[in-house]
Ligand binder design. Sequence first.
Ligand code: G16
Ligand code: MG
Length: 214
Amino acid sequence: RYDAVIFDLDGVICHTDAYHYEAWKALADRLGVPFDQQINNLLRGVSREESLEIILRHGGLTTLTEEEKRRACAEKNEIYKGLLDEMSPADLSAEVKDTLDGLRAMGIKLAIGSSSKNAKKILERIGLGGYFDAVSDGTNITRSKPDPEVFLLAAQYAAADPEHCLVVEDARAGIEAACRAGMDSAGIGDAASCGEACYGMETFSQLLIICGKP
Ligand code: G16
Ligand code: MG
């Protein structure tokens, strides 16, 4: 029933949350603004630049110039990339890999739809470089989730009709983006109980049932 499944990366295929947290925390400390897990949760699926705006808004810091913001984003990304270098295929769970292989065996195309500009690096690190039929990420979009662009481009790259795509997401912004793209969505983690998602999943392998023949 689905021609393609489009996966969000961070929080779905692998877990880079703790690395984002550590990198933003280091930057926030340097800028002297507060940063905690609650603020980190607001950054899920949101672009790097918008994430910085959210952090500055929460910290009441309104005086940074555009150049200072650009440097702050670059600084966070350098710390984050250093942490990504620690990732290995051990960061890809057997459940996720077996489920992906199972979906592929059903003839379903597999794509990535991520806001991250580091998506290809992360896929390489966890041993999935070249695995997906299509990768749409932060390097090919002009608007980030909840805009549907990233998923519409993933469908286009995979030569699939949006109506026959299922999006798998851990962020509310991503579920909204899927709805706006005219795609079904399956929420996991934070997004599992999100009213807008077509399916709420407790485990990744439930995708095999959702995508199974009726
Ligand atoms: C991910 C994360 C976000 C992050 C964004 C941009 O999105 O969930 O927290 O801010 O990518 O990442 P980068 O700074 O690497 O370009 P997704 O869509 O994969 O969940
Ligand atoms: Mg995510």
